[in-house]
Write a protein that binds this ligand. Structure first.
Ligand code: HEC
Ligand code: HEC
Length: 413
């Protein structure tokens, strides 16, 4: 309730303004274009107290970028970074590291102790104020201890609660090969940092308990970044710390394929492009790229078929996660404790998850037979949303279609 409804006496935004449950708890430019002009996301466009130095409406609307003052609120006109909105799924698996909690794109998003619990305080101060004076008690109120506990518990409940255990017995030959390349220490080298396609480092390479680490992979050095092409002021983002050390926090990849665009600055629109980034000079000349060269004798150099295969793997594990979530949501909608509104929200979310599974598979030309089952599941779920009779039977049918779709993607016991 707090995450989606509480404005903390501020400008009208809630956490759900930027992290909506109907869009994987993130927003991209397409989602933003679908919002009405009086949505509180756009406060900078209609609240005169927030018209300068609060958001950049051009970059928000074109590329889904949000102003973040990670280095303090001292010089709002010049000291800020433009960052994409990360999803808040699988947080239980993507925050802890041997150096303490790592939240936000550079791992130093939260003020104070850096925990997810504290992150909400930083988010209120950054995104919720009535004016850029940002005076607590005047421009917003700070969350209470109980509210922080509740919002943390809610966020930890979102998405996956368990890591995958790679390799998975995938059925598609392209995705299966993509998984091999991903895990191959001489080829894709991805699993060094994204162990089990998650956000944590491979303990065999980076030490036991390494957890969710930061790296300078050179994303910020890419030429022709979309935001830079607009001519708007986009100061360099120097990553963790103040002044920054150029490193960014490793995101989880199971949730990636349906949460484009990619990287902290939304610089790459497609999952294929995000994989291909690792072939670039920007990566191979970066501090992390150079570490790979020294450790393995070479950087990352995938042929286009291999890039597509790795992306196909990321698409398929994302579709499997969407199916898992859809099944869970369909089940939850049948709980007797669920109120009418809750049931509607759960089913609406299931519709979105199912839709995402279809989108990530069709976007890569993958598993047409699974897509047919998913389309059937989608239709049935939409029917349940609008119907009052025979709901239980329709939900059972929708679940069966999901199971069939899953059976096309992976060997099931
Ligand atoms: C105006 C949009 C906006 C609003 C409103 C907003 N966020 Fe965010 N959120 C972002 C952006 C942008 C980032 C990336 C921040 C960074 O990297 O420094 C982010 C990052 C996060 C993260 C880090 C996720 C990770 O993987 O490390 C969490 C957690 C989070 N927000 C929770 C919240 C909570 C809780 C609220 C409400 C109190 C909230 N957000 C309100 C835009 C928003
Ligand atoms: C040295 C560690 C490292 C290696 C190796 C690595 N990554 Fe990453 N990955 C990162 C970091 C750090 C980020 C965030 C970078 C940023 O936003 O600036 C990231 C981001 C990503 C993203 C964007 C996710 C999102 O939600 O925006 C994708 C996709 C990705 N990596 C895929 C791969 C693939 C595929 C490989 C192997 C070809 C790979 N990574 C190898 C550390 C690594």
């Amino acid at each position: 309730m707090l995450f989606f409804n509480e404005t903390f006496n501020g400008n009208g935004r809630t956490c759900g303004t930027c992290h909506p449950f109907t869009g994987n708890f993130t927003l991209n430019a397409e989602d933003i274009a679908a919002l009405p002009n009086d949505d509180p996301l756009f406060v900078a466009e209609f609240n005169p107290n927030l018209s300068s130095n609060f958001e950049n409406p051009t970059l928000m609307r074109q590329f889904g970028l949000i102003v973040e003052n990670l280095d303090g609120f001292g010089d709002l006109a010049n000291v800020f970074t433009m960052r994409g909105i990360p999803h808040t799924l699988g947080l239980r698996l993507s925050i802890d590291s041997r150096d303490g909690p790592r939240t936000g794109w550079s791992g130093d998003g939260a003020p104070g102790d850096g925990t997810l619990r504290s992150f909400a305080i930083g988010a209120v101060i950054q995104h919720f104020p009535l004016s850029t004076n940002r005076q607590a008690g005047v421009d917003f109120r700070l969350p209470t201890e109980d509210e922080l506990d509740a919002m943390e518990a809610f966020q930890l409940s979102l998405g996956r609660q368990e890591e995958l255990a790679l390799p998975l017995p995938l059925k598609g030959v392209v995705a299966l090969r993509g998984q091999e390349i991903f895990n191959d220490g001489a080829l894709g080298k991805c699993s060094a940092c994204h162990f089990n396609a998650g956000a944590n480092a491979n303990p065999a390479i980076l030490g036991p308990g390494a957890g969710n680490l930061n790296f300078n992979t050179g994303v910020a050095d890419l030429p022709d970044q979309p935001a830079d092409l607009t001519g708007e002021l986009v100061p360099p983002d120097d990553g963790l710390g103040s002044p920054g050390d150029g490193t960014f926090n490793t995101p989880t990849l199971v949730e990636a394929a349906d949460t484009s665009p990619f990287f902290h600055d939304n610089s790459v629109e497609t999952i294929e492009g995000a994989v291909a980034f690792y072939n670039s000079d920007a990566f191979n000349n970066s501090p992390s790229g150079q570490v790979l060269v020294r450790a393995t004798g070479s950087g990352i150099d995938l042929e286009v078929t291999q890039v597509i295969a790795v992306a196909a793997f990321l698409r398929v594990i994302n579709a499997l996660e969407n199916i898992r979530q859809s099944l869970e949501l369909l089940d939850q909608s049948t709980w007797i404790e669920a109120s009418k509104d809750m049931r509607r929200d759960l089913l609406t979310q299931a519709v979105h998850e199912t839709d995402d599974a279809i989108m990530v598979l069709t976007g890569g030309g993958l598993h047409p037979a699974a897509v047919t089952h998913l389309r059937a599941a989608l239709k049935l779920t939409q029917e349940v949303l609008h119907k009052h009779s025979k709901r239980g039977a329709l939900i059972q049918q929708a679940k069966a279609e999901h199971e069939q779709a899953r059976g096309k993607l992976i060997e099931t016991p």
